[in-house]
Design a protein around this ligand. Sequence first.
Ligand code: HT7
Ligand code: ZN
Length: 865
Amino acid sequence: PVVKYLADYKAPTHKIETVDLEFHLDDTQTQVFSKMKITPVNGNTLELNGEELKLKSVKVNGEEFSNYKEENEILTLTGLPSEAFTLEIHNEINPKANTALDGLYKSGGMFCSQNEPEGFRRITYFIDRPDNLSVFTTKIIADKKDYPFLLSNGNLIESGDLEDGKHFAVWNDPFAKPAYLYALVAGDLAVIEDTFKTKSGRDVKLQVFVDKGNEEKSHHAMESLKKSMKWDEKRFRLEYDLDIYMIVAVDSFNMGAMENKGLNIFNSAYVLASKETAEDRNFFGIESVVGHEYFHNWTGNRVTCRDWFQLTLKEGLTVFRDQEFSADLNSRSVCRINDVRNLKAAQFPEDAGPQSHPIQPKSYIEMNNFYTMTIYEKGAEVIRMYHTLLGEEGFQRGMDKYFELYDGQAVTTADFTHAMSVANDNYDFSQFRRWYDQAGTPVLDITTKYDEAAKEFTLTVNQSTPATPGQPTKEPFHMPFLLGLLDSAGNDMTLALKNRDDQNDLDRGLLHIKADTETFVFANVNERPVASLNRNFSAPVVLRSDLTDEDFVFLMANDNDDFNRYEAGQALALKNIHAMLKDENHQVDELFIKAWGSILNDNNIDEEFKAVCLSLPSMIDVAATIDIPNYRAIHEAKDKLFKLLANTYKLELASIYNDLSTERPFKVDAKAMGERKLRGFVLACLSTVEEHKELARECFKYATNMTDMMNSLSVMVNENLPGCQESLKEFYDKFKDQTLVMQKWLSVQASSCDDTTFDKVQELMKDEVFDMNVPNLVSALIGSFARNKVQFNHESGRGMKFIAEMIRKVDAINPQSASRLAGAFNDYRKMPADLKEIAKAELTAIVESDKTSKNVYEKLSKTLN
Ligand code: HT7
Ligand code: ZN
């Protein structure tokens, strides 16, 4: 397969100024007519991308043209005019056969498209790269009965009836855009409508299209859209620019959602929600994804990427924006904790494994493999660091400058840095730029010393970054490090640095870490302080410090930074789990048990924050610190600790459970969701206590919303509690016609660590609710099993052999879906020898097969290397 390099970037030879498209929709033989106005920039040879297309005819300036050849998915036209010309192409495509869901395809009875990053070339021949910005006009012709709605980007300018039961619609998008933002939808849909008045007084028509019968489940998405529009005006002063904004929900989709200009297409999982069918995390996810796609209108669409190596320019920035949106609308502390939990659970392992890459990669084989946690979530952390360094005002000045300089253009991450710098007195980001180029999670080793006589506190910070594929050595990063020194009453001391000039950010507690080793000496420190380090997770690093258990207990109770209150509890829990892994007779630290109990019994902490603070570190958090993790042992150690805590505090837990079980109206706000979250957590605790084994079944029977239902169902499945099988059956009978709910049912069963899970998954694959062609279902059943560390790494090797077989099967249908499953093998280098042997044989066979897609090839060849 061909490797593409950032260093090889060359500007396009031509510009497609406008393109008029005409579609004659048909399941297997859709006709596409494209008429492009093209300006030559450099030379008279034009290369157009085209994949899986049947070429019918080519005309230049109205005349048949035959000076072309088609090779390696490129249509090369030579001897073209050196002045502006028109190029007309007619080709045919087969949407029904498109199971890869890339380009134009069918989801249920509907036609829909997905063009990012390189799907448009599967619709027609084009300069399919983000630095070619064109004005698109689209005429869609289709059967009126089957496809009453015909949609594309921009404004509807004409529509009408045709012969033979057909009709047409013409859409024009006045904003020049790259082909990846192009969209087309045709279907027999239901729609809900609303309007939004922008800050300058324009009315924008809002529409959410869903399958008929799902209208009632689309209101939360509509409300989320209006909140997003309002928030972007208030926080970023950004107003929507078209007169219409449409969202379409589809069941077959490769990712969460897509920000096509004025016509977002969403995975139905991020649109549909009712209290009976969606969990709180789904309501939260819908708000955040609707926000994310909306925010792309400015960060992605108005200012786009020059090439796909710049993907984090739009994705890191837009994730930062959606995180801030969620934080402004919900609990800021809990949002930050959850964002970091997510980063540590998924991005840190990615950065420590075979797929590790900088947020701006230097090469790729298949771009679809680079929609990663690193580009998105670490990318957002990098944006957050600009924000921490410059403060909210300075950051906003930088954003204003970014739009002033680059609106309507395709630019690079260096351009973003430039805007941030010039808007802030030419702030020096030269060392900071290493975050774009170097992969791997930096480690900070911190030692502290208090000199009572001199009243000085010394903090020594040593940074190092492990080698990653292709990057054996690293240069130090510039990172913002937020710090507090707490006195014995838990108050933040006033900070004064003795040995350094960079005092200016000290009132914010901000230190700049730049060198491999930095020493900070604080003066006038009247008692030994407890240091609260890297507050709010200001730098995305692994922190190792000499803080004592007593310090962590103190921080859990007193830190003024909520993130570090949470983090201190995690650090203590982790220490205990490690000790239990070393010695199965280890007595859990009394200090930790007490501190956990104090949080549980603290009435001044809100429910959701309490639930996250009491949660134990994930299996991945524990495994991250072990060379060759034994997942079964980790699971058992965590389980033992959890049971100990639950049994120690069973009376208090039961009383909290009862308090939270009194009848209350169902609301989707932070308070109500927090209460349900804590109730679910407490239920999980109590279910491990002998006298409360029936509680989960009770909760399930009387549940009036999906959150309570899934909380109780997953506890029953994981602990194999009484009532589990009846509950699974009742759930199935009630929801078998609702695929989104069935995804939960499949996932909860495939995630159980129990050894019966393997056979269960084989059986579930035969169930009529499962369909290998739908990525959500593949992810819910096979993906959940692949992420089930205990069962994937089963001593017999059966778990990984099964996933290898599934990768092959799914790859023949949908390479993007298969490539995601292949991520299960990222732990390859950390496997015990016998499992590694099995994995090697399986992966080698896949990599060597000529049937393997480039998506899977790229992932697994890196894994084996
Ligand atoms: N910008 C989108 C990225 C994307 C995608 C979306 C749906 C299906 C396939 C896709 N490939 C890439 C999603 C986003 O970040 O908003
Ligand atoms: Zn995005």
